[in-house]
Design a binder for this molecule. Sequence first.
Ligand SMILES: [Zn+2]
Length: 163
Amino acid sequence: MKRELKVQPIKDGTVIDHITAGQALNVLKILEIKPGTKEVVSVVMNVRSGKMGKKDIVKVENRELKPEEVDKIALIAPNATINIIRDYEVVEKHKVFLPTEIEGVIRCANPSCISNTNEPVRSKFQVVESGAGGEGEEVRSRLRFRCAYCERMMDLDDVMEQL
Ligand SMILES: [Zn+2]
């Protein structure tokens, strides 16, 4: 008999699929799943995927993601899909969305930026992609973020340091 390795279905929770290969641990970081967590989490890395070559998958039981968590995941895994599972059924499935402007998600690296002072100003960045087309890792390496207040440019590595 051929042995097949299948990921167990979950009863309730979220399956994040089509994560850019190598980003699963960063997704866990975004979800604040740390060593010692009591959450039931499955991580699958570098599995074959027709479309992308390789992908990562993260499953979190008994948890549905907040919109701001989904927005952060979009930054590092622009092709990810979010599947909400209730009672073993996929009740909602959507692709993450990389907006052209992100508010309140990341901090400006410029310490004297108005968004870093005590002023009641939420951070705001324009998402800049240099070049067109491509997906996955390619997009990731091209993403830049320009502060709407001081025009400081940040790249994805700067953002990852904050997560
Ligand atoms: Zn700024």
